[in-house]
Design a protein around this ligand. Structure first.
Ligand code: ADP
Ligand code: MG
Length: 368
């Protein structure tokens, strides 16, 4: 498939959206974000954080109270949805039940006034791409959930959009189907390298798997944006740390260049945190080892084991260290310790990330 008549690349230029009679309910607060041509950007955040609203602002279904939306460098803030060159797929397979698959896929083309002679070929092409070519004559009710969602994707692609908007497209599917569809979406994007994708999800696995970059949303605001690796390895906020992956978030203080946790010194690089300040130490559970640190400069935490979970390939240990919960995710143990046991856990200095205070909510371990 070629061509992107609507242009590719999305820019949110301080886009605010508010509901209520006097616009008193701000649900998107001055969003500044650029999705490059051909880039997959995930909008990741908890329910109600404004992700769908941001996507609908690009589609043209909600009008910003201020700011501009640009697609392919062109200001589309005042354009109606059908003139923006976008394809959109939402959570519920919004197929027309009385239309056959082929008619569903042709719908956007007809709305766009594509010449009649071209429509059949474009429909076949889109169905081919999504592996649904042999289902053209079926009705949606004769398809599984996953197949219906493929048709919805084919319908979005048929208009050859420059921008593809996906709003939790996999959330109605079961876990196994979801993982297969993730692989499919990645393949589709390799076949359409010029299309910009805005992928709304609350599922960190989807975001980590598919996205070139992730924009983290919380309470109407963009909190962080970066590559999956940046956000996972070097989160700038405790919110990001806890939402992208699982994190131990431990309250620490910085004094004289040294970091202290629960009154004891740790060996952790303290760069970027002012002396005398409070901070949060982010430590990924899979980087925590069992036992005293084997390295001289390593850190050892002593505590009591409170819970042991066997997860097949791993054991997850919950320990209490001076009143703080610390999670360790260890390769399956032959002889795991038991709740109530005294336990030592260690980590290397470079495996912990210090997050300055002011950006953090609270301490303790957070599950994403
Ligand atoms: P998300 O997709 O991240 O779950 P949404 O963008 O759907 O979040 O919603 C953000 C906030 O806006 C929520 O508090 C939601 O209740 C509110 N909201 C969404 N649509 C409307 C609407 N049409 N009228 C009033 N409030 C709305
Ligand atoms: Mg939503």
């Amino acid at each position: 498939m070629t061509g992107a008549p609507g242009g590719s690349g999305i820019r949110f230029d301080r886009v605010s959206v508010a509901y209520g009679r006097h616009h008193e309910h701000l649900v998107l607060d001055a969003l500044d974000l650029t999705v490059e041509p051909g880039e997959v950007m995930a909008l990741l955040g908890p329910s109600g954080s404004g992700k769908t609203t941001a996507l609908r602002a690009v589609a043209g279904f909600v009008r910003p109270v201020s700011g501009r939306v640009l697609i392919g460098g062109r200001d589309v803030t005042d354009l109606p949805p059908h003139r923006r060159g976008i394809g959109m797929v939402v959570q519920q397979y919004a197929l027309f039940p009385h239309m056959k698959v082929a008619e569903n896929v042709a719908f956007g083309l007809k709305a766009q006034k594509t010449p009649r002679a071209e429509i059949a070929g474009r429909v076949a092409e889109a169905l081919e791409m999504t592996g649904m070519a042999s289902y053209a004559d079926r009705h949606p009710r004769e398809l599984s959930g996953g197949q219906q969602q493929r048709v919805a994707i084919a319908r979005a692609l048929a208009i050859r959009p420059g921008v593809l908007l996906l709003d939790e497209p996999l959330s109605a599917l079961d876990a196994r189907l979801r993982s297969g569809m993730l692989t499919e979406l990645a393949r589709l994007h390799r076949e359409l390298p010029d299309v910009s994708v805005l992928y709304v999800t609350h599922d960190q696995v989807e975001a980590l798997t598919l996205a070139d970059r992730i924009a983290v949303m919380d309470r109407a605001r963009l909190r962080d944006c970066g590559t999956p690796q940046q956000l996972y390895r070097r989160p700038r906020t405790a919110f990001t740390a806890s939402f992208v992956g699982t994190a131990n978030l431990l309250p620490v203080t910085v004094r004289g260049g040294g970091v202290r946790f629960a009154g004891r010194p740790l060996t952790v690089p303290a760069a970027g945190v002012a002396d005398g300040a409070d901070a949060t130490l982010c430590l990924r559970p899979h980087l925590v080892g069992l036992g005293e640190s084997p390295a001289a400069d390593g850190n050892t935490l002593h505590g009591t084991l409170t819970e042991v979970q066997w997860r097949g390939a791993t054991h997850r240990l919950h320990a209490d260290v001076d009143g703080h919960r610390v999670l360790a995710e260890l390769r399956e143990l032959r002889d795991p310790p038991r709740p109530g046991d005294a336990i030592a856990l260690h980590f290397a200095p470079d495996d912990a990330v210090l997050i300055p205070a002011g950006l953090t909510a609270d301490g303790g371990a957070h599950d994403a």
